[in-house]
Every structure is written in structure tokens, then in C-alpha cells.
Ligand binder design. Sequence first.
Ligand SMILES: [Fe+2]
Ligand SMILES: [Fe+2]
Length: 193
Amino acid sequence: MPSAFDVLARDHEEVKRMLTELELGPTAASGANADQRALRKKMVQRLVIEESKHEAVEEMYFWPMVRQHLINGDALADTALGQEQEGKEVLAKLDKLDAGTPEFEKLLANFIRAGREHIDYEESHVWPPLRRTLTQEQANELGGKLEAGKKTAPTRPHPHVPASPGALKSTGPAAAATDKARDAMTNRGTDRR
Ligand SMILES: [Fe+2]
Ligand SMILES: [Fe+2]
């Protein structure tokens, strides 16, 4: 079973790769044609799906461990959850916009900056003390939960669902099932147009 830090690091690398790709463009303002704008929209949809699943399993399993095991765990988790909430609000708006609009690019630039900051916050402020505190067995058990949780996690941001593990456990599966049904109907998150 992979350690929680391996599971989360893999997600972070994937998200950072997507952010860099999006940052490179082309954008509508730098002359993207209709096909390139459609591709940009698809890339953002994939980003929204990846981020939604990642933050959902962190909320469900990772932050409760941080709160339980670190002396300043509540403060660390509260700061990170505030960042995640802001991220969800931006992604929920982005998910509804076309890639040709200035508003889309403004929100995306905002997310690229805030998304990198959030990843950096987790990796440099939260992971080191938690790595020192958890046993290998605990880190692996958490890794297993994160991986399994991603399979049934929501694929949309749901900024209005409170970010508590209890709320997610009760509304998460229903929201995730609705998300997946909508994804299938619209080919969201696939390369099909
Ligand atoms: Fe996070
Ligand atoms: Fe994360």
C-alpha cells in the first residue's frame, strides 16, 4: 500500500503539470483558434475533476489525521481548508465559463497562483511534521483510504457543501454519483467532443 504522502504527491505533480500547461496557453487573447479554445476548456475540466477529487479525500481523511496527530493541527487544517474553499469557488465559476472570455482567463490565472500556493503550503508546512509523527503503518493506511476514496469522490467542486468529514460522508457519495452521471452525459473529462 502506498504511503499517504506518495498518493498526495502524485496528485500534486499531476495538478502542477496541468497548471503549467494551462499557463503556457495559447489563450483567446494570444490568438487561440476555436479548436485550441475548446481544448483549453477540456483541460480546465480535467483540472476541476482532479482537484475536486483530491480536495474531497483530503477533507474526508487527511485533515482529520492532521487535527488528531499534530499539536497545531487545527490551525494548519483551518488555514488549508480556507484555501481549498477559495479554490472551489473559483473552480465552480470556471467550470461554467467558455475559454474565450476574459473572465475565464482572469479566474484561471487566479487559480494557477492560488493552487500552487496551496500545494506548497501542504508540502512545506503540513507534510514534514505529519511525516515525523505518523508511523509507516499509519501513513500507509491513510494512503489506502485516500486512493480508495478517490474512486467515489465528487468530480465537481461543491463549494456549498461544508468541508467537514461528516458532511462529506453523508452528501459526498450522492453528489459524486450525480457528478458522474452528468459527466457521462456530456463526455466531460474525456477527449471526446
Ligand atoms: Fe488540499
Ligand atoms: Fe493536496
